[in-house]
Design a binder for this molecule. Structure first.
Ligand code: AMP
Length: 540
């Protein structure tokens, strides 16, 4: 029997209209380095209509890809809303990709137009001659004149292009399963792979972001969106904010701890999202320059494991609860969120909060061992995490890397365990697990244990070849400014925290841990530095 329900399409054109009409006075503040420039959802709606008219004139008439090479700012938000709402496909370009990867993703997606921040123009311009499908470059911030375009490419000023155009637009009806946006994974090996989100997937994901067991966004919130809009769709926060009227603070290019602290002081957001390295940096800054940040009702951290010591520091010293979440570009990205079950109190609640979290109803999960068999959710058995759901990709753009899919499930490459009540703990990336004498050592567990030492700012652990054991852990430590600590002291510190056979015997001190384009520990570069003998290692 068929249902009697209407089959209304979930489209971002509706989302845009809804946000503008219901929450027209919600604000968007973009940081300028000293103070913010402010706009409202209502004005963003009118500018989006103008942008849509301009893009139509530049030949964006169907599902052409429109790239953005931008920081988090109001213009980027206008692109986020306009491009999908007019039926085209938003392609967020990661400004930190290596040049050849940037050229690869633009050509692979066949971007027709790219909108570029004036402040990023020199970075973009160098690669432009190799971008074979780009016909128009639109530059924000009045810097268009600075670009010497190759033949066949026209350069426009963003503001001039919008100026004087109608402030309404006939947004088309869009089939909900059609492409709305795409984002390439920032993998450290091989070519980046494209993930294509649909209107429907973004809509459903936005609802999840707002749900109470997730980020709980409401119109009473002001969200500081630090996680880049060019990485995993800013964790879905911009679209979710438009759904419920959450005001936003966008930091533009000011991502250092000092400016973030200033933004907090001036804008007093109630919510914020960023990767652990940003929070870690802010914590060090705040410890040296104390400031009240209790206006933050909560902050969400993901992208890599949140060190428990950092979670405690924010909560106990600054009265700011840290919510840990897991996800991937491939999962839109919200996959699991670590809100403890209601019965858990005190230490038990903390143990749940350290995990990567519990899966929402729409995300199905399973763990698969080396033989391809499913392992139980007993909180102990370890396997590769596979997931499935309406905002989880079922393939990569163009069918790249089909091995990452298994009977319709996404193979995440993350290794972990799940408790009987559905809480995921990741023990590693499949490629980062240290295989020592037939047993697995979790690099993440060791990193967290070392980072709990007060003199340690950062610690990254990689497996290094070992004749007897196959692999043994090597710890790269960044010491906190003004502190001193030896490898011997750190080993003693670990003695009652990890099993004896896991105690690392190789240690090195570095000025900083190399990071990927999105601020995660780049263990590939650390391994290369080790292989080339560039690390000064203390052995025990
Ligand atoms: P990306 O697509 O660049 O966002 O990377 C996704 C990967 O980041 C995941 O597959 C995990 O390996 C890692 N990741 C994301 N969130 C977490 C988390 N909370 N804890 C540990 N690793 C995480």
């Amino acid at each position: 029997m068929l249902s009697t329900m209407q089959d209304d399409q979930l489209s971002l054109a509706h989302l845009l209209r809804h946000g503008v009409r219901m929450h027209g006075d919600s604000e968007v503040a973009t940081w300028t380095g000293s103070g913010s420039r402010k706009t409202t959802f209502d004005r963003i709606g009118r500018r989006s209509a103008q942008l849509a008219h301009a893009l139509r004139e530049l030949g964006v008439t169907a599902d052409q890809r429109v790239g953005t090479f931008m920081w988090n700012n109001a213009e980027h938000l206008e692109c986020y809303l306009t491009i999908p709402a007019m039926g085209a496909v938003l392609h967020t370009l990661n400004i930190r990709l290596f040049p050849e990867q940037l050229v690869f993703v633009v050509n692979d997606a066949q971007d027709h137009v790219v909108v570029v921040d004036g402040s990023l123009l020199p970075l973009f311009a160098r690669q432009l001659p190799e971008m074979t499908t780009v016909r128009h470059v639109i530059v924000t911030g009045g810097a268009a004149g600075a670009l010497d375009a190759p033949s066949g490419v026209t350069v426009h000023s963003y503001d001039e292009l919008l100026d004087g155009r109608p402030e309404t637009f006939e947004w088309p009806e869009i089939e909900e399963r059609s492409a709305a946006a795409m984002c390439y994974t920032s993998g450290t090996t091989g070519d980046p792979k494209g993930v294509v989100y649909s209107h429907r997937s973004i809509w459903l994901h936005s609802m999840q972001v707002c749900m109470t067991d997730s980020m709980r966004l409401t119109d009473a919130d002001k969200a500081l969106v630090i996680v880049p809009m060019f990485h995993a769709m800013s964790w879905g926060m911009p679209y979710a904010a438009f759904m419920v009227g959450t005001s936003m603070v966008l930091p533009d290019r000011f991502l250092q701890p000092g400016p973030i602290a200033e933004i907090l002081a001036e804008e007093k957001p109630t919510f914020a999202g960023a990767v652990p390295t940003i929070w870690q940096g802010l914590l060090q800054h705040l410890d040296a320059n104390p400031q009240d940040i209790s206006h933050l009702r909560e902050v969400v951290v993901g992208g890599s494991a949140a060190p428990p010591a950092m979670m405690h520091a924010f909560e106990e010293r600054y009265d700011v609860p840290v919510l840990h979440a897991w996800g991937m570009t491939e999962t839109s990205p919200l996959g699991s969120v670590a809100r403890p079950p209601k019965a858990a109190k005190g230490e038990e609640a903390w143990r749940y909060r350290y995990t990567q979290g519990r899966f929402p109803a729409s995300v199905r999960a399973r763990l698969i061992d080396d033989n391809g068999d499913e392992v139980p959710w007993d909180g102990e058995s370890v396997g590769e995490l596979e997931v499935k759901g309406p905002w989880i990709t079922g393939s990569y753009y163009g069918g790249a890397d089909p091995d990452k899919f298994h009977d319709g499930w996404l193979r995440t490459g993350d290794v972990g365990k799940i408790t009987p009540n559905g809480y995921l703990t990741l023990t590693d990336r499949a490629k980062d697990v240290i295989k020592s004498g037939g047993e697995w050592i979790s690099s993440v567990d060791l990193e967290n244990a070392v980072m709990a030492h007060p003199a340690v700012a950062e610690a990254a652990v990689i497996g290094v070849p070992d004749e007897k054991w196959d692999e043994r852990p090597l710890v790269a430590v960044v010491v906190r400014e003004g502190e001193q600590v030896t490898a011997e002291e750190l080993r003693t510190f670990l003695a009652d925290k990890v099993a004896k056979w896991q105690l690392p015997e190789h240690w090195t001190f570095v000025d900083e841990v190399p990071k990927t384009s999105v601020g995660k520990f780049d263990k590939k570069r650390l391994r290369a530095a080790h292989a080339e003998g560039k690390l000064d290692i203390a052995h025990f």
